[in-house]
Design a protein around this ligand. Sequence first.
Ligand SMILES: Cc1cc2nc3c(=O)[nH]c(=O)nc-3n(C[C@H](O)[C@H](O)[C@H](O)COP(=O)(O)O)c2cc1C
Length: 370
Amino acid sequence: MRLRRSRCLTCYWHQGMFVVHPYPHGTPTSLHPAAAEILSAFEDWTTPDEAAKNLDHLAPETVEEAVSALASAGALLAEDSPTAAQDQDIAHHWAAWSPEASFFHFATQNDYVDSGINTGDTDITPETAAMPPLFTDYPDAARLLLPRGRADLSTAYDKVLYDRRTHRDFTSTPVTLDILATLLSTVFGPVDFIDSGHGAVFRRTSPSGGSRQELDAYLGALNVAGLAPGWYHYNSLQHSLELLSDGLTHDEAAHLCADQEWAGNAAFLVVLAARLERMSVKYSTPRCYRVCLLNAGHLGQTFALTATALRLGPAQTGAFRDADIAERCTLDNTGHTPLYVLAAGHPHPEPHQAPQTATLSTFTETPLHA
Ligand SMILES: Cc1cc2nc3c(=O)[nH]c(=O)nc-3n(C[C@H](O)[C@H](O)[C@H](O)COP(=O)(O)O)c2cc1C
């Protein structure tokens, strides 16, 4: 029987062990690092005997044993097997995003029960782990306590929904502190507190996996009346802005957002940064990183709708300079790391960067059906 190395395979060291991790069907298996050399002999369909000949510096029994372990782990696949066909399909569909995205996606499928790598003994449980603080704060930072009178949010729901658009053209009119304060408290402020069984957690206007609220909001102020340009943390418990680093220019804001000019013309940016420990202390399965990303999407949508209700033009970007943004927000970019950048400003009445409506000729170039 001929075998081939799975195309969907990631090898790494974990807790001092060399791990061969085929996905989505395989089992992460700890092996001697020499397994990597044996795997390399199966670049294409090869019989174990042929492979042993190419690995003649190794004892044939060693190769035979390793091949058997690698086949059981799913790292070597049999020719014409359904698993090999699926492996080929995944490699094809995920080619552009492999190995990083495909590994994360498939290795975390069906992963709602903690598994670990043949050890399973390192999970942190809520009973044994100290709960991290519910709120991030910077007690030594200079701060501005924000106004608490809510700006009008009564725009009809259907109008908010259908008026929401991504804006890339803004006027130079500053956003008032009242409007900014209402937006920040509505999207990021606590609404109420519940008993999690291991202490209190809070809820926001957006859902949050396990109500862990691992996402903190950092403001890059560019054009807000009464607020010096710079980077601030929104302290949602105190409803204040804590100054972290001075100054922010339009050019820098655009640069931080992967050189997208529109971001420099917004009145402010809001960086959503995950404090991973708040999530991982309760959920040690790696799948929960997905939940952090989903939570960021929820907050982004609530931000966009609230900004629209306040007659601001919202925007968002997944393209940004992570490390530079982290530095400006004084995040360590290890356990506290940026995931999403939002922006808003007063929408320009004559936008230049709004997309054109599709016409008859657009549709002639568009396949609508298979
Ligand atoms: C997660 C996410 C990332 C985005 N990233 C960018 C971006 O980097 N640059 C940009 O100009 N627009 C970005 N957008 C905006 C989309 O292009 C926009 O939502 C899409 O064209 C649909 O238009 P609409 O938001 O007006 O409905 C992003 C949107 C989302 C949801």
